[in-house]
Design a protein around this ligand. Sequence first.
Ligand code: ADP
Ligand code: MG
Length: 689
Amino acid sequence: MTTKRPPTALEKMGLNSPMALALHLPARYEDETELFTIEEALALGRFHSIQTQGIVIRNQVTFRPRRQLLVTIEDDTASLQLRFLNFYPSQQKQMAVGAHVRVRGEVRDGYQGAEMVHPTVRAVVPEAPLSASLTPVYPASAGLSQTIIRKAVLKALQDASLKESLAEFLPTKLMAEILPSNDWPPLQDAITYLHQPPADANTQSLLERTHPAWRRVQFEELLAQQISLKRAHAIRRERRAPGFVKTKQKAASIEEGLLKVLPFELTSAQARVWSEIGLDLSNTFPMNRLLQGDVGSGKTVIAALAAARAMDHGYQAAIMAPTEILAEQHYLKMQEWFGPLGVQIAWLSGSLKAKEKRLAQEIIESGEAQLIIGTHALIQDKVSFAKLGLAVIDEQHRFGVRQRLEIQQRVGSELFYCHQLMMSATPIPRTLAMTYYADLDVSVIDELPPGRKPIATKVVKAARRDEVISGLHDWLAKGLQAYWVCPLIEESEVLQLQTAVESFEQLTQALPNFKVGLVHGRLKSEEKAAVMAAFKANEIQLLVATTVIEVGVDVPNAALMVIEHAERFGYAQIHQLRGRVGRGSADSVCILMYAEPLSLAAKERLQTLRETSDGFVIAERDLSLRGPGELLGAKQSGDAMLRFVDLQRDAWLIELAQTAAERLLDEHGDLVERHLERWLGSRTEFLKA
Ligand code: ADP
Ligand code: MG
């Protein structure tokens, strides 16, 4: 019998079984195994938490500079101030004058001498025993206290089923041959240890997650991931896709026609990736390839060549882009290249009128449309392709894992899958490629088309806005053009539009001799296109824009870009934006204007961006800052694939896990399923995306 009741806070976090609780490992620990006098704490408690105790001799709420609670405790050796910026009445009571409290925190220098800000406080008798093990602090959520989690975990660790769930089944011999040392405890011991480390445990290695107990857990997690990636790899090879073998070029082929109309020669990097992709397309199992190349490296033409080959074999090709403006850019480019060759191109976006959409769907379904270009509409609406042979996904990281699965499922069947080419300007560091993307082949365009100039990046305070505008005036007076990018306001599109309009008006006034244009996401497609065309034709000299120009725009004479409130943008966004300049013969400049106060992270970000325009370096920084989820577009899925492994810190473990995975699959196929189930449960599907 099942009763319907709302899930508990524990269940909401997925902590619904002894095993789930056992694997809910502490984020950090508190050391309540040692107690210091206040004098010792003042000396030793800098930069790390320390535990001390004393009697409250003052308890006072003050209001300057803001409401706060100040408490002073003392013992025989010294006194210490505690400061609480947020507090409950109950805390005030707990620390009434005369109470004896045990506190834990870091000692810092405040305005009134040494103090602890927001220490943890417990009212205890002076002789209260110290804990025997380090106190775990678990990842928690609102409404779920540490006490509740600790209790639940303790109970789970005693559950009889755990013996079975955490049983050691990896072959001892294999482990002995692969593991670097034999000080890694068995899994169950490792897990118990991590939940209840003894008082003499090496706290640092526990915190840094380099302790053998952590290693054991990390290795198992990576092993599960490597196994499922290798399986995905094998499964793909068993699927069927149409093989597009490069035929001896007929003069009438679309591919040959395209090469003729292109106004440039492929760079050698482009030629190389095209031959890699061409080879994939000739296989009778689906291609799953990522084409990586910095902003402006020329990925579009590679997509066009791949599409041409599919079309030459009588199949359809689709190109999907994350934003309307980028999709439109592709549409225009493809019209320019393929239009003269008589290729039928369909356009599908969310903003089409119902009737236009239906028409587009009809020609896609009938097969009349050979090339289909659009946004998410390609997968969101009821689109059925007559004969899709190739799907190109531009800026793939902007799509969620689920959406990428979706296109595969939409066009795939048990019998037939299309080839997939993903494109991204965001380089994927090697460690990431080895873990998340083991079943993804990667081609890299590591060379920009000839004639590109490096971009000088400057970081400037917003207070110097007038200077920037006067510099802008001199720039435009030389006959050059420029972009002015308005801040991203994530909370409100209306607010974003408003600031853009304000900047537009201010700049129009400040630069009376020049034509200033404005483009933003609220404009209709035709309006946007008209402004962009005027800018391209130099009828507009300064283009004020929201981030809609992030991708796709190509105006070589515009070699200066000012980005307002640059501190609000992420690494990738600025890198992409900046890629819009530096395309012509003029020296290019990018001015990152920031408003104070600047957070430490923003400061570091702007500094890095000033120092380098190497997309690879920038992506590495991005990764260490944000974690891989966001970089991969997995954010939307909410399922972090690796919970205990840090790809940078633990890179060396990946290779171990790879070797182990290969041997396990070869020699102990029967154990594989059990291991996967233990570690990944329902999450395996994401690995195939
Ligand atoms: P991205 O890789 O950022 O998508 P694009 O495909 O938009 O870059 O190409 C950027 C610009 O470089 C476009 O104007 C494109 O026509 C041009 N381009 C691409 N390949 C070459 C080449 N081999 N020689 C000269 N220009 C090229
Ligand atoms: Mg592009």
